[in-house]
Design a protein around this ligand. Structure first.
Ligand code: XMP
Length: 490
């Protein structure tokens, strides 16, 4: 490419707004397009959308909603290990063909204990277990009008009246048993009457309700969690529950970070996605030096709440980082085998199309998901419009919790690298996913790509100047909302 006469090592860092995709010969209609993709070496998603590990973006509710749509939530780490583990367990409990991590109660506990557990975990029944053996089942119906002080053993359905089955039961057999006996819960017990799992009618029903959901081999929703490379204990605990761990540091290309990550990869069963990376050299080093990197999280300084680029004037904008990563992976013969996640700066479906066309397998979004109903942030109204709060993990607000400070390098622990504010309310995760998927499919239709692999091959780019960027947006027209402060995202 023409380099404006600049020295060889002086790169041009393109950002989303600098480029357009060129229309190509097409034989595909948007409805025929397949958005499925690999987010890391071993996990396939049905849509290429991942949510950022930020405490105004991804907790259990958003991760559940996104996995049901076919994407992946990465649980934030700005909390205690126990809180993060509980979020992961909540996602894994949300649905499953067989619940393995069954919440149980003992017969000597009180009705009020059963009620509290059910309310806290939003579940409607508890198998009653004594010395490892199933002795009954207590449901929300059993305790609705019972004295809070009564023992669970007095209100439960006892073992001799319970319908149970064996652990090897198939989905169809389980469905038939539930229907035949008109029951909602089917405990699985071994030949010694030990509780091995639980099948619920609700879970079997949900499977039909969310046909695009991404699930593990036990039918539970996929979920990932952010970790610090320096917190081996957290990584080990989380790896028992989540499918993927994602390192969460602003600058992964660092000697100590590499060393600590190698130790984590060796000690956990889950896949590990590493990041954030921004340059070709960083990707070459990470993939060659660290064994078993499962995916790359790339982009530094493009996030809508980032001030790293201003505070330090160091950045690897997301599109640039993707192009650099593709170049490194191609050199290593690993492009297409180690997926790239484009993280930060995604404002709309057009940016998603550009990130994927450049070679990413998925995009990670904070700003857009922060605006959904399922994100943890507060909903507020300003002049009749709804907004949700959103702040950077390097902002004063996030740093006050002091749990994710090591995201940033030592000197920056002293300064803020993020800001706080509000983003427009965008409805449910499902609404947002539909809107972004429709835009992305339309882009792929113009390019002539029926899946993401074809998009990588068929896409052609052109650079557009700021003056031209003005022309490809709505312009020279007055709109009814123009007097309102613009979000800057549309
Ligand atoms: P968007 O554009 O979706 O980007 O808001 C989300 C991504 O931004 C990163 N992130 C930060 N980067 N300072 C930074 O420099 C921060 O305070 C900060 N908080 C989040 C992160 O990669 C996220 O996925």
């Amino acid at each position: 490419m023409y380099n404006f006469g600049l020295p060889e090592n002086f790169k041009i860092a393109l950002t989303f707004n600098d480029v357009i995709l060129l229309p190509g010969w097409t034989e595909v209609e948007p409805r025929e397009i397949d958005l499925s993709t690999y987010v890391d070496k071993n996990h396939k998603l049905n849509i290429p959308f991942v949510s950022s590990p930020m405490d105004t973006v991804t907790e259990a509710d958003l991760a559940i909603a996104l996995a049901r749509e076919g994407g992946l939530g990465v649980l934030h780490r700005n909390c205690s290990v126990e809180e993060q583990v509980e979020m992961a367990r909540k996602v894994k409990r949300a649905e499953a063909f067989v619940i393995r991590d069954v919440v149980t109660i003992t017969p000597d506990k009180r009705v009020e204990d059963a009620r509290r557990i059910m309310e806290e975990l939003n579940i409607h029944g508890l198998p009653v277990v004594s010395s490892g053996k199933l002795v009954g089942l207590v449901t929300s119906r059993d305790i609705r009008y019972s004295e809070p002080n009564l023992r669970v053993s007095k209100v439960m359905t006892p073992r001799e009246r319970l319908i149970v089955t064996h652990p090897g039961v198939t989905i169809d057999e389980a469905k038939k048993i539930l229907q035949k006996h008109k029951i909602e819960k089917l405990p699985l017990v071994d030949d010694k009457d030990r509780l091995i799992g639980l099948i619920t009618y609700k879970d079997l029903e949900l499977k039909g309700k969310y046909p695009n959901a991404v699930r593990d081999e036990n039918g539970r929703l996929l979920v990932a969690a952010a970790i610090s490379p320096f917190d081996l204990e957290r990584a080990k605990k989380l790896s028992k529950y989540v499918d993927i761990l994602v390192t969460d540091v602003a600058h992964f290309h660092n000697k100590n970070v590499f060393k600590a990550t190698k130790k984590i990869i060796k000690s956990v069963d889950s896949d590990v996605i590493v990041g954030n990376l921004g340059t070709r050299e960083a990707v070459l080093d990470a993939v060659s030096d660290i064994e078993d990197v499962s995916g790359l999280r790339v982009g530094i300084g493009s996030g809508s709440i980032c001030t790293t680029g201003i505070v330090t004037r160091v950045a690897a904008p997301t599109l640039f980082a993707v192009l650099e990563s593709v170049s490194a992976l191609k050199e290593l013969g690993a492009f297409g085998r180690i997926p790239i996640i484009a993280d930060g700066g995604i404002k709309n479906s057009g940016d998603i199309a550009v990130a994927l066309a450049a070679g990413a397998s998925a995009v990670m979004m904070g700003n857009l998901f922060a605006g959904t109903r399922e994100s943890p942030g507060r909903l507020i109204a300003i002049e009749g419009r709804y907004y949700k709060e959103y702040y950077g993990m390097g902002s004063a607000r996030a740093r006050a919790k002091r749990m994710a400070l090591d995201r940033y390098s030592y000197p920056s622990k002293e300064i803020e690298e993020g800001i706080e504010g509000w983003v427009p309310y965008r409805g449910t995760v499902s609404d947002l996913v539909k809107e972004l998927s429709a835009g992305l499919k339309a882009a792929m239709g113009y390019v002539g790509a029926k899946n993401i692999g074809e998009l990588w091959v068929k896409s052609r780019f052109a650079i557009i100047l700021p003056t031209g960027f003005y022309e490809i947006r709505p312009h020279d027209i007055v709109t009814p909302t123009q007097h309102l402060p613009r979000s800057g995202l549309l």
